[in-house]
Design a protein around this ligand. Structure first.
Ligand SMILES: C[S@@+](CC[C@H](N)C(=O)[O-])C[C@H]1O[C@@H](n2cnc3c(N)ncnc32)[C@H](O)[C@@H]1O
Length: 339
């Protein structure tokens, strides 16, 4: 028996807060250990949204989920967690559209358990791309221009350079905007088609009733309006539910096994945490595991402690867990419970 360290402690806390059917968010999915843990906690009816800024992390997490038979419970996307709200809203919009009957294959959406397939790629054995190369939808892969096994061009920017210069954010934003626009257009067409069909059915039904009863019991337009209102209400409820999480986890630092070029910093972690507060259900928890051993880690940890320590005690309970007599720098944990 030993005292729990950062990650172990984070799982002990998360386990207390999560139940089957819940929704959890992994804001730095890395190699997918935490995502898989969350997926086990929420069960087959629950859902996990996992985010990482690196393509490699997204692939590793998807692979782990597949291997552990948990892929159906999680959606893994590439993105910067400083834009968490936007990323979650996009996913919510995609999912509510999806549940209203649109085919996944047609939309190209990322569904739980589905490995994203770009046009021009086959689902089977094809390698997923050159290491370090950005392969967002709408890029050259999308346009059909294939560059199989092209040797890495030294002049091309690396993923880390793109992330640092902010280019990656723009690329990701454009991808999202495109997807949403397409979705909105398809939804509009579907809604209009549905309305026309309903109106036709309603009219016929109304006429039959009129003929039978000799009087107009219910105006078709009123029936339609009622039905549409009811449908809207249902979609609204589902959309609201998709914007709330019972737990959010931040396991900070760099991707284990990577070149450590991409490391979390308070510049993006703090806005991500602020947005997590908005996404957190009452009674939910944000768990942060912060490493101080690498360059910049100590500073990030201090800034996060300042943020967490400043939260209003009437709205939040905040816990700080750390070892205080170790020669090394064991990870520290901050947990924020929304009351
Ligand atoms: C310590 S690792 C996470 C480990 C992971 N939770 C696991 O279970 O394997 C930290 C991760 O944060 C990611 N990261 C860094 N900056 C980010 C950002 N702005 N948005 C999202 N993820 C980021 C890194 O790419 C890295 O994969």
């Amino acid at each position: 028996m030993s005292l729990p360290q950062g990650v172990e402690m984070s799982h002990i806390i998360l386990e207390r807060f999560l139940s089957p059917g819940d929704r959890a968010l992994d804001a730095t999915c890395g190699n997918g250990h935490d995502t898989a843990f969350l997926a086990r906690q929420v069960g087959s009816q629950g859902r996990v949204l996992a985010i990482d800024i690196q393509e490699e992390a997204v692939k590793n997490t998807r692979r782990r989920l597949e291997e552990e038979g948990l892929a159906e419970r999680a959606v893994v996307i590439r993105g910067d967690h400083s834009r968490l709200l936007k990323l979650v809203q996009t996913q919510s919009a995609l999912q509510t559209g999806e549940s209203s009957g649109k085919s996944e294959e047609k939309s190209g959406e990322i569904k739980p358990g589905k490995i994203e397939v770009k046009s021009g790629e086959s689902k089977s054995n094809k390698p997923e791309g050159e290491p370090g190369k950005i392969k967002a939808e709408g890029s050259e892969e999308e346009s059909g221009e294939t560059k199989p096994n092209k040797p890495e061009n030294k002049l091309e920017e690396t993923e880390a350079e793109k992330i640092k210069s902010g280019k990656i954010e723009k690329e990701l934003e454009e991808t999202e905007a495109g997807k949403l626009k397409e979705k909105a257009e398809e939804t509009e067409v579907r809604e209009l088609k549905g309305k026309v069909e309903e109106a036709e059915v309603g009219e016929l039904k109304g006429k039959a009733e009129e003929a039978e009863a000799g009087e107009l019991k219910e105006k078709p337009e009123e029936a339609d309006a009622g039905k549409l209102k009811e449908e809207k209400k249902e979609t609204g409820t589902e959309a609201d539910r998709l914007l709330k999480f019972q737990a959010v986890v931040f396991n900070l630092g760099f991707l284990p096994g990577s070149a450590k070029e991409i490391i979390t910093t308070a510049k993006t972690t703090l806005p991500a945490l602020e947005q997590s507060r908005q996404l957190l259900d009452a009674g939910g928890v944000i768990v942060i595991v912060s490493y101080t051993g690498h360059q910049g880690g100590e500073r990030e940890c201090r800034q996060l402690l300042d943020w967490a320590g400043g939260l209003d005690y009437q709205g939040y309970n905040v816990l700080h867990h750390r070892f205080i007599n170790q020669p090394t720098d064991p990870p520290q944990l901050i947990a924020v419970e929304k009351r």
